[in-house]
Design a protein. Structure first.
Length: 330
């Protein structure tokens, strides 16, 4: 018990010190960003990023890591070595967020630690403070994941119209580059931005095959990879690309219709999952309201704390299992 109290005292002393250091780092970052604002505007004008097409191309060609600009920043260097940083940066790109993964992780870690230290100083329990700090760290990453998922879904739903427009343009005598430009000009985002990048990259001298492969890596969709593979094979061996695009568009349209049918058939299962997840929480809240002294044993008694933790874990496990059952791949 004495060792536990000593550890808690050590945590209460160390957290404010670390929080102060990270708060100073955050203030320093704000000052650096404000000083670099005018320089960034000049560079943006020189790169021609005022138009939407050049914005899209510059994001993939001229994009520089903040780590290289702030080479003396030890914290950014430290976080830049983490293994999941490239995967997070890819998620940010797919979500169409012009953020740096290294900077995002450093700032979220700083915010979570500062909040944890502040809650400990305000006499909150260490466990609750750490839980809030972890939530602050992971909540924005969850937002990025949801935004990426919505954007990728919109992009895939646009693909049949893209292939139909491109096949008509090719039959009318346009080149592949002109068909890509037509998609960029006529269709809305997010497909417009992705094809705009391809079009502008090939205008800057990059081979159109490489630009399409880069788009497939950015989007990371099986349907887009199918399209890029078909284009690469056609440019190597020849053939009627318009007919190929018609067939790919028909397959993707059928998959989208089948996916909608599956979603409607599994909607009852998803609703049941959320009801089963919410029911214990509602009963628990009602018990607290009706008999607080009885319910308080769950967080005041050691056995009650264990029961509460196990119940929360089983709740999350049950929700994950139901989502896995109703999540049918099409």
């Amino acid at each position: 018990m004495t060792l536990l109290l000593a550890d808690l005292n050590l945590v209460q002393i160390a957290l404010p010190m670390v929080g102060a250091i990270l708060l100073s780092y955050g203030i320093f970052q704000v000052i650096v960003e404000s000083r670099n604002g005018e320089r960034k505007k000049v560079l943006d004008r020189l790169r021609g990023e005022s138009s939407r097409v050049k914005e899209a191309a510059a994001a993939s060609i001229l994009k520089r890591n903040t780590l290289t600009e702030d080479a003396g920043n030890i914290i950014n260097k430290t976080f830049g070595k983490l293994a999941f940083i490239p995967r997070l940066q890819n998620m940010l790109d797919q979500a169409s967020l012009d953020w740096s993964a290294t900077k995002m992780v450093a700032n979220l870690f700083s915010a979570g630690l500062i909040l944890t230290a502040g809650m400990v100083l305000m006499d909150f329990s260490v466990l609750a403070s750490c839980g809030i700090g972890i939530t602050v760290f992971f909540a924005p990453i969850g937002y990025v994941s949801m935004r990426r998922k919505r954007r990728m879904k919109r992009l895939v739903n646009q693909l049949p119209d893209v292939f139909e427009m491109m096949s008509q343009a090719l039959r009318a005598g346009h080149s592949l580059a002109s068909a890509i430009q037509l998609v960029h000009e006529q269709l809305p985002d997010p497909i417009s931005m992705e094809f705009g990048r391809v079009f502008h990259e090939q205008n800057l001298g990059i081979k159109i095959e490489d630009a399409l492969l880069a788009m497939a890596d950015r989007v990371d969709s099986l349907d887009v990879r199918m399209f890029v593979t078909a284009v690469l094979i056609q440019r190597t061996t020849g053939g009627d690309l318009a007919e190929i695009l018609d067939k790919i568009g028909s397959v993707i349209r059928g998959r989208i219709e089948l996916f909608g049918m599956v979603q409607s058939l599994t909607s009852e299962g998803r609703l049941s999952g959320w009801v089963l997840f919410a029911l214990p929480i509602i009963v628990f809240a009602a018990t607290i309201k009706l008999n607080y002294e009885y319910a308080s044993m769950l967080w005041t008694h050691p056995t009650g704390k264990i029961m509460l933790a196990v119940a929360g874990g089983m709740e999350l496990m049950g929700l994950a299992m139901i989502r896995w059952i109703v999540n049918i791949k099409v």
